[in-house]
Design a protein around this ligand. Structure first.
Ligand code: TUI
Length: 311
């Protein structure tokens, strides 16, 4: 399937893997890129040398392009921004802010910059600054989210900018991909479906919770201090939401979440850990390899869209 994004990024399929903190490391990113999508290594809150090492290990899995996500509220964002230049990464996505201060450095290095945006205003600003494309991410997504839904955000961003748009949030099968194309997107980004991939290092306890999740099983915490995060509901989110309703301070709430993502991903603590996942978790029902996931989704998409998209 050829789209502006497959051409821009030199990839076989218009499927990009989300830059999920703690989850999107070299095994997952390498497997997605090897299968013809774009694998992304999450910069998350990790120091630069960890990311450098992850990039090098992913490149041992495949020679296909691999991207890095720079999480802009990380204390290490400045140093990770330099590592992607030193390691000659060809595409960078960014999240949780505006990457303006890095754009000149990345453009000089020939890096394609694809910021995640949650509004038309930021999409337009990113186009003016020289972004190659934008990812329009709806609040159906897992993790840190904006306020608009994918269905309404994507076509509005498509109309507002001339660069290609990638849809994210609530997409996990060929129907979602086909719908995204109907809204004018040129590719999709998916996180939740890849969380449970065979190559994903996520603890089985967490994967099993995603597989068992129903449509209504995610919850957004952190609204009160401006950092809304979507995750599967559990003991931690119930305690958090109760404290939030009672007007707890940012520090009290942070105390509850500190290190909680690591607890879920690595230790498999599904009671006190943060199990970030999108609303589409209810549709994710089996563990498969990244290659199986991508092939299945592309076959479904082809069935729905017909041959004209598959030159
Ligand atoms: O970044 C994400 N998702 C994430 S980051 C993350 S790590 C984290 N954990 C706990 C608290 C905070 C972060 C987990 N999930 N997605 C991309 C994304 N970016 N979603 C929304 C945005 C966004 C929101 C507002 C981007 C820009 C923005 O405004 C920037 C501006 O300056 O106007």
């Amino acid at each position: 399937m050829k789209t502006k994004i497959t051409e821009l990024l030199n990839i076989k399929y218009p499927i990009i893997q989300g830059g999920m903190a703690w989850v999107a490391e070299h095994n997952l990113a390498g497997a997605v890129s090897k299968a013809g999508g774009l694998g992304i290594i999450a910069g998350a809150n990790a120091p630069a040398d960890v990311i450098r090492n992850e990039i090098r290990m992913a490149r041992e899995i495949t020679g296909n392009p691999i991207g890095v996500n720079v999480m802009l509220i990380s204390p290490y964002a400045d140093e990770v921004a330099k590592v992607v230049v030193e390691e000659k990464i060809s595409v960078v996505t960014t999240g949780a802010g505006s990457p303006e201060k890095y754009i000149n450095m990345w453009k000089d290095a020939g890096i394609k910059i694809i910021p995640v945006v949650a509004s038309v205003a930021l999409a337009k600003r990113m186009e003016r600054c020289g972004a190659s494309a934008v990812i329009a991410e709806g609040c159906e997504s897992g993790g840190h989210i904006g306020k608009e839904t994918t269905m309404s955000l994507v076509p509005q961003v498509v109309d507002a900018v001339d660069i290609p748009v990638i849809a994210a949030g609530g997409i996990a099968d060929g129907r979602g991909v086909a719908a995204a194309f109907m809204l004018g997107a040129q590719a999709v980004q998916m996180g939740t479906r890849f969380l449970v991939a065979d190559e994903s290092i996520v603890h089985d306890n967490y994967k099993n919770k995603v597989i068992k999740a129903k449509d209504i099983d995610t919850e957004v915490t952190g609204m009160s201090h401006g950092h809304p995060v979507r995750q599967l509901r559990n003991k931690m989110t119930r305690e958090y939401s109760k404290l939030e309703r009672n007007g707890a301070s940012f520090d009290e709430l942070e105390h509850l979440t500190l290190g909680a993502l690591r607890k879920a991903v690595i230790d498999g603590d599904v009671d006190d850990g943060t199990m970030m996942a999108g609303q589409i978790a209810g549709l994710v029902s089996k563990k498969q390899s990244c290659e199986e996931i991508i092939n299945e989704i592309m076959n479904e998409t082809k069935e729905l869209l017909g041959d004209k998209y598959f030159a």
